[in-house]
Design a protein. Structure first.
Length: 366
């Protein structure tokens, strides 16, 4: 959902972790308008983000007789533009919850017949019934996956585990802190640390002052998951703002001593949904594909083969091994209750956050 500058977002890891050759395996298309024949559905999504897993596409085709072809976007803005300029080209579209309201408000996605989604009742009510996906009694998106941006720490360095965002500013951790080089994420945590609404902080001067206080704390900034793992393994830092699914992979796949917590002051939450595009050539096929995507069988295989965000389907998460770190992290209801979920930002807000972060980084460099 890279509305917040995720140049390499939480989906970035999926693109690198998924098999190469997605274009050939999943049917990448250059001209989506021509793909309207019976027996096909066209999906608009981030590349390497679950729906184009080659084994999943093949399994869906075998079960339903439908070929799945993909077109991709690299930002939510591009997703909206493709829906606007290619009416009737797509069947299924991935919409971040913060952007679903814009898509439905412009008539770019259509109401979903939840009676055709057999697993709809198994979705967590917190996501399924969110006003970000529902409007005027109609469902415009089926909650699919979700995650958090909170605090990862080295379990060999912290005993007891930290529980506050102030761990980032604790002088004991001078030169041992790592944060992502992302304006919206930085401002969000500056807002959380100063007791403000993370999406629309009223006092940006206070946020800036708080972020400047990280200067003596910082070991480095990070931009990509692979980079984070290498820096952590090298002992460059001990505590960091990080993504929940990535933390689970760092521990499970790379055997790193990573712990994870949502600060008592709060953390960042996000979730993505799957929608049926307005004018979809194959709406029945679209509903079948969405139902397959939230099926526990698909999710568990995706999570264990490639690593995945948390499923919005409660039964899907329960299908993971009991000691799976991802399952443990994303089952902590108290932690989930402390999250603030990302909202759509105006262009002006986004620019002001970028400007603030640039000024802060300039001070870091001095």
């Amino acid at each position: 959902m890279k509305k917040y500058g995720k140049g390499l977002s939480r989906r970035g890891f999926m693109a690198s972790a998924s098999a190469v050759g997605l274009g050939a395996a999943a049917g990448v298309i250059a001209a989506p308008r021509i793909l309207r024949a019976e027996g096909k559905i066209t999906v608009l999504n981030w590349q390497g983000y679950g729906t184009d897993e080659a084994w999943a596409v093949e399994a869906f085709k075998k079960a339903n007789g439908l070929e799945v072809v993909h077109d991709y976007f690299t930002s939510e803005q591009e997703m909206i533009t493709k829906l606007r300029t290619n009416p009737g080209a797509y069947d299924v579209v991935l919409t971040n919850s913060a952007w679903n309201g814009m898509a439905s408000g412009e008539g770019l996605v259509q109401p979903i017949d939840t009676g055709k989604i057999t697993h709809f009742g198994d979705l967590s009510p917190a996501f399924r019934d969110s006003p970000m996906l529902n409007n005027d009694g109609k469902v415009f998106g089926v909650s699919w996956v979700w995650g958090m941006t909170a605090i990862a720490y080295n379990t060999e360095k912290f005993n007891p585990a930290p529980d506050s965002v102030e761990v980032l500013w604790d002088p004991k951790n001078a030169k041992r802190v790592c944060v992502r080089d992302d304006a919206v994420e930085a401002v969000s945590y500056g807002a959380i640390a100063t007791g403000q609404d993370m999406n629309h902080p009223a006092d940006l001067a206070k946020v800036k002052e708080k972020l400047l206080g990280l200067k003596p704390q910082l070991a480095t900034l990070w931009t990509a998951e692979d980079e984070w793992n290498k820096l952590f393994q090298a002992g460059t830092f001990d505590v960091s703002i990080y993504w929940s699914g990535s933390a689970a992979r760092s521990k499970t796949n790379f055997k790193l001593p990573v712990g994870y917590m949502v600060p008592k002051e709060g953390g960042i939450g996000w979730f993505d949904g799957l929608a049926v595009a307005a004018g979809a050539p194959n709406p029945d096929g679209a509903h079948k594909f969405i139902d397959y995507m939230i099926d526990p069988g698909f999710y568990v295989e995706w999570a264990t083969k490639a690593g995945a965000p948390a499923s919005a389907n409660i039964k899907a998460n329960e299908g993971l091994p009991a000691d799976d770190m991802g399952r443990i992290i994303h089952s902590d209801q108290a932690a989930i209750g402390r999250l603030q979920f990302m909202a759509l930002l105006t262009d002006e807000e986004r620019q002001s956050y970028n400007d603030l972060w640039t000024e802060v980084k300039t001070e870091f460099a001095k």
